[in-house]
Design a protein around this ligand. Structure first.
Ligand code: SF4
Length: 470
């Protein structure tokens, strides 16, 4: 299973108030983007208070912890899934520092492709890093640039000349909140407004809904938006520098179906993917079943276009937490059985079209197909609303190598046999690129190998944790 990367949230308002609670609510809505760690930093008259730790938002923030953060007029928060650096507490975000010109907190979603070179230069100049995440590289550059800049937004603009790759950022200075997106726009980032005038930035629009904010617009690729006492300032010097490359996997899997990314509702995208799958990979069957959660809308689309009835044939146990203990390999293999259970009445004796979001190693798909067969399905036809994964991703997901991708070394027929399904059909790369209402560009590099940037020489997420000489 491919993992989400991270989620960012920030709020600025003129007067002190419950910005910590709003950020907590926003991070709750973004929990699907990262479950390893969470953190919130609050600015009260320029004095920063923060708390972060490993765990889900509900585990990291008790009522007492939130109360301890107190009132403020700016806050920034983060949920993390580690794609650069280990998942431990030291790498949790926001990263908060005190530099020559004040305090700074940084939250980052994405992965830089030139972080190794940048970090090496910084280290050779004497910089000491406390984390193994590429976010600290951004932080160092911003604080360096701030020395020669008249404002934090200017320092960020200058930093953007030096960093390459995927970044949706939220920065908090003592008086301002900044949002910035890399010139390709790999990861989403949007802004909204609350009825009381508070400005909100978030990875996805579902977080705006969670705090009662009105969605205003997406942050443009390459744009910086700063909210502060002088109002809103936008800097677009890096806009249009690069072809737009929003990650298509945001639509396929990462984003919540109730979010709208660049004008396209995620649920609508998935339903259209399902409709296209029904046209390109039709099959005689009795029932269409979606794999919760991200396969559900695609299954509805497949059923719409094929005329085969859609039924809820897999029930997800929503209470299996990340912390569920499965000490042995055998017990871990049984996790799918605990997470998803077939509805025997729906699948027994039926030819089932099973619709899922993607296949990475094939292990989960094989277990799922096995469960549906055990429940009595006569045939299982697997339809995937993504093309086959053939290449590593360098932009903030955990597929940093091609080694374990089942499609790299196997044909579709071989994959079907390994997984144990009667037929297998993927969405085509062309269709994955066409389902996009605004007509802007998408990154599809993990499917077609056309990377929008130079690719890094070292891509492991633990690249800064390799042992070094004494
Ligand atoms: S390589 Fe794939 S997963 Fe990575 S950003 Fe591009 S489309 Fe998304």
């Amino acid at each position: 299973m491919i993992h989400e990367e991270c989620g960012v949230f920030g709020i600025w308002q003129p007067e002190n108030g419950s910005v910590a609670y709003d950020t907590y609510a926003g991070l709750f809505a973004l929990q699907h983007r990262g479950q390893e760690a969470a953190g919130i930093a609050v600015s009260r008259q320029g004095v920063f208070h923060f708390h972060k730790d490993v765990g889900l938002v509900s585990e990291v923030f008790s009522g007492a912890v939130l109360q301890g953060l107190g009132e403020g007029n700016i806050a920034a928060g983060h949920v993390r899934y580690s794609t650069s650096g280990n998942p431990g507490r030291t790498n949790a975000q926001p990263i908060v520092v005190r530099h020559r010109k004040g305090n700074l907190a940084v939250c980052h979603n994405g992965n830089l492709v030139n972080s190794v070179q940048l970090r090496e230069k910084l280290e050779l100049a004497g910089c000491i890093f406390h984390t193994t995440s590429d976010t600290e590289v951004i932080l160092y550059l911003v604080t360096q640039e701030r020395l020669a800049s008249s404002s934090i937004e200017e320092a960020l603009e200058r930093t953007m000349r030096r960093i390459e790759g995927a970044y949706s950022l939220i920065l908090m200075s003592p008086s301002k909140l900044l949002a910035a997106r890399d010139p390709h726009g790999f990861r989403p980032l949007c802004m909204g407004e609350k009825p009381d005038g508070a400005v909100v930035f978030a990875s996805e629009s579902c977080a705006m809904d969670a705090v009662g904010a009105r969605f205003v617009r997406d942050i443009l690729p390459g744009e910086i938006v700063a909210a502060g006492p002088e109002g809103i300032r936008t800097i677009r010097m890096h806009c249009g520098e690069m072809p737009r490359s929003l990650c298509v996997f945001e639509y396929i899997y990462f984003a919540r179906p109730d979010s709208v990314l660049e004008g396209c509702p995620v649920n609508r995208w998935r339903q259209e993917a399902g409709r296209r799958l029904a046209k390109t990979h039709p099959v005689d069957a009795d029932v269409v079943v979606g794999v919760p959660d991200s396969g559900l809308d695609a299954a509805i689309g497949y059923a719409d276009a094929s005329g085969i009835p859609y039924r809820i044939g897999l029930v997800k146990n929503k209470y299996i937490a990340r912390t569920f203990i499965a000490p042995s390999q055998e017990q871990r293999a049984g996790m799918v059985r605990l997470k998803l259970n077939p509805v025997r009445e729906v699948v027994e004796g039926k030819r089932v079209v099973l619709v899922d979001d993607s296949i990475v190693r094939g292990t989960t798909s094989a277990q799922l197909a096995g469960l549906v067969r055990e429940a009595g399905a006569a045939e299982v036809h697997l339809r995937i609303c993504a093309p086959p994964f053939l290449h590593a991703c360098y932009y903030g997901t955990d597929i940093d190598s091609e080694d374990n991708l089942i499609a790299v070394n196997h044909t579709v027929e071989e994959t079907a046999k390994i997984i144990g399904v009667d037929s297998l059909g993927y969405l085509s790369v062309e269709d994955a690129g066409r389902i996009y209402v605004t007509g802007d560009g998408l990154c599809r590099a993990c499917f077609d190998g056309h990377y929008p940037t130079a690719v890094p020489s070292v891509s492991s997420k633990n690249r800064f944790e390799l042992p070094i000489g004494g």
